[in-house]
Design a protein around this ligand. Structure first.
Ligand SMILES: [Fe+2]
Length: 349
């Protein structure tokens, strides 16, 4: 028998399978090729969501339900290959959340880790563990597992951000817990910017002891990340697959900012045409600046700012830019690295 072929189903074998099936037995040789595949085999398919359409429907949802009644007013970006499962990849969830002026998305906490990536509007805030941060376009904000968090919008414009969570991963382990707070907004006990000052200035408090896997910084401002890319690009040191790609880190241990989710920011120079790349972490991209396209296993997805697209595990992708462009992305890479099975392959020019 080869790894990809199934043994013949003779009448005697089928009768045997039927007999043992009654008491919950299954012959491995009948399913081996389905469950241990020579290469990743996924229901996740590549797809792109245009932001203009999303924004129109989000604002329509804003007329239908309040943020408070909805708990979170979010349109889930569901992978077309996995409809009805609230997944954008096999292991990750993504959605677009709208908070209108004056609204509050009430305080709650859960086992799942969350990231926000601000796509439209400015001046709404998220509070995490007693500290409030204002959110600006391109900011990368994290909510560690079991951290209280609520959102509010004191600005005069609608605010939309992408949520990325490890919901399918936590569900896979049957480890989901969640609870609400008695009040809509959690009490604020620390000044805004406190965690960034303590942990985001290339220093740590001298006796700091790491207690959590997630980064103690919970807002990585776009202005800082973008400035870094801008300075680095002067060296013209472009990776042929990625342009100039950085990962968001936990400054305490150098790991990714979140225990289950990796996040990245990359700059593509004008007229970049990358060589193909693939990896086992299916990746969600948000086009942040510039225009271009990504070709995923031969299918072309044209993007402009705020569009979101997904590249499945082990699918070849290459990026082309028509101008200088910035892509934010996230995946489960850090989880796969810790578990020992992450793989990547760089194509040939
Ligand atoms: Fe939440």
């Amino acid at each position: 028998m080869s790894l990809t072929e199934k043994p013949e189903e003779t009448p005697e074998r089928l009768a045997f399978y039927k007999k043992i099936d009654r008491l919950a037995y299954t012959p491995l040789w009948a399913v081996f090729a389905d469950i241990i595949t020579p290469q990743p085999k996924s229901d996740c398919v590549p797809n792109l969501w245009k932001f203009d359409q999303a924004r129109e429907w989000l604002l329509e949802a804003g007329q239908l339900i309040t943020a408070k009644e909805a708990e979170r007013r979010v349109l889930i970006l569901e992978n077309p290959g996995m409809r009805g499962q609230s997944k954008i990849t096999t292991s990750l969830y993504a959605g677009l959340q709208l908070v209108l002026p004056g609204e509050v998305a009430p305080a709650h906490r859960h086992s799942q880790s969350a990231l926000r990536f601000v796509v439209d509007g400015s001046g709404a805030h998220t509070s995490v563990n007693g500290e409030r941060t204002n959110m600006e376009p391109g900011d990368f904000v994290i909510t560690p597992p079991w951290a209280w968090h609520d959102h509010g919008n004191h600005s005069d414009q609608p605010m939309i951000w992408m949520d990325g969570l490890d919901i399918p991963m936590v569900s896979f382990y049957d480890a989901s817990f969640a609870e609400g707070l008695a009040t809509d907004e959690q009490p604020i006990s620390r000044q805004s910017g406190d965690s960034f000052a303590r942990y985001g200035a290339n220093m740590l408090p001298v006796d700091y002891q790491q207690r959590e896997l997630a980064s103690p910084i919970f807002n990585y401002p776009y202005s800082r990340s973008r400035e870094a890319l801008d300075i680095m690009k002067r060296e013209q040191d472009w990776d042929p697959c990625h342009g100039l790609k950085m990962r968001y880190v936990n400054p305490v241990d150098g790991q990714f900012a979140m225990p289950t989710i990796s996040a990245f920011l990359q700059l593509l120079p004008n007229n970049f045409n990358s060589i193909p790349y693939r990896s086992t972490d299916a990746t969600v991209f948000v086009a942040t600046e510039g225009k271009g396209r990504s070709i995923v296993d031969g299918e072309t997805f044209e993007w402009e700012p705020r569009d979101i697209f997904v590249v499945p595990s082990w699918a070849w992708v290459n990026h082309e830019s028509d101008s200088e462009a910035v892509l934010f992305s996230f995946s489960d890479r850090t989880a796969q690295l810790k578990l020992g099975f992450w793989r990547e392959q760089r194509g040939q020019t």
